[in-house]
Design a protein. Sequence first.
Length: 604
Amino acid sequence: MAEMIRCHDWTGTLGPPQFWPPALRAALSICLGSTFPTCIYWGPDLRLIYNDAWAHIPGERHPWCLGRPAKEVWYDIWDVVGPQFLGVMASGEGVAEYDQLLAMVRNGEAQETYWNYSLTAIRDENDEVVGLFNQGNETTASVLAKREAQEEIARLGRLFAAAPAAIAMTEGKDHVFTLVNPSYEELVGRSDLVGHAVIETMPELANQGFIELLDHVLETGQSHIGRGVPIRLSRDGLEPELRFVDFVYQPISDIEGAVTGIFIQATDVTETSKALLSLRESEQRFEAIVNSIDQMIWSTTADGYHDYFNERWYKFTGVPRGTTDGYDWVSAFHPEDQPISWALWQQSLETGKPYHVEYRLRHVSGGYRWVIGRAQCVYDEDGKISRWYGTCTDINDLKLAEESRQLLLKELNHRVKNLFAVTSGMVNMTARSAASVQEMAQALQGRLHTLAKAHELVQPAISGDPAKESISLAVLLRELVGPHADLQSEQVAFDGPEVSVGAKASASLALIFHELATNAAKYGAFSQARGRLAVRWEAIDDKLRISWAEDIEGADLIAPTKQGFGSKLAKMSATHQLGGDIAFDWQPRGLKVTLDLSLSQLER
């Protein structure tokens, strides 16, 4: 493959190998030096380069596939591996799959194949993801062999049930064999049993508990049944061999009711027991794998009936086991998201297309969190859907972070516009009350200075670096309202007890009151000389209620027909950041705002 790579025409794709970037050359060195099937997908097109051990994997596509885009090479399985490739390229987080079903076209026909493989991001000197490192091997033979083994176990079980059992009879306290059938002789590996005591013909049974058990049945007349009991037998004179048997010891009585012997029936279940033990270990291994993944995993029958959820599902939702089986899973979705989720699921069931949807899932805490739901169907050998396998991934933190980012961008734009409106309002308000140009300039300068201080309070909320000190609620209000009104006049009134506001809470409150104050300057109480504002607060148990009441004498205001961005910002700050509630009441003479907050939340 090294020679083939050197001789390949890379014109128009990756260029001459001697000019390839260091990251690609280093990765290629590891790839070609490995004896394990290894390949590289490089660049935006994910062009394929591989070693000799990997060359058999694409089958008849080798060597045509060298240097071609992954999507072109793996056109038949791109719906499965494509999202994985692109996901690693986008996030840099690796992927590992075990016994992954890939419906791969071979010799012109789609075949059921299974694979173990991993995808690892290749980063350049700038820590940017520039390619993928892929190692893997086909596990189709082992998966199919395991499936055949399970079918063989079931077949052997039926054969054992139908075959004649091993039968023997003993007599007396020494448990002398009086009757054995060929199946029993085959079980113990001896044919010279009749007329001899059990311990004499099978001395290896000493200290295994069987002789003591025979004595107990003979003395008490109580039968005994054993299932899958381990026993060491020296079959055909060889070293003792561990076997597993199902057996019955049944007492035999004479006409007077005295127990004189024991009827023995036994079946060798060694192969079945070992197979069941192996199957149990496989099931435990499967459960360990799916429960170690940081995702909710589920599966359904072909018609969409949910019959499996892993532990992560129950820990996330907190629902009792079985309550979301069948078609009741949708009950855990947010009511607003149920229609679209159900419609997309029905579409996938009808078409076989992968299921992909974002929705809010009820959390064990009682709230809802955003998740991504995905599902992929599995086809049987007749091309019909046999099962669906799906996952749910928690994306709530990413969702909220994106919402906050968008809100802050809008807030920046909103505040730039407000600065012009507020400054214009200051000039008008100062001009109405100033007796001279000098007096107006001094008053305006003072108000602009106060406005700057108010913006310093808002700055932590936008920068994400709040100050560590707390601030008095009264001081906070004065700083924010001061740029828009004469605090020494009767235009503004503050009334309430001393309340200390923590750094995080003060930033959120600053956003709310700055918004209310600028709106009052543009449209409300501060836009007219006859306007008044009263801000009052009181503590009620563990709550603080703040009332903002504007009053414009003779006004006849009309409530807005839709909620503006400033109101949305105030609402989000009150509910998301402060964990409280805010209500707007548009009266003809002015806006009334009521803010209910937790005192403990304000101290943060």
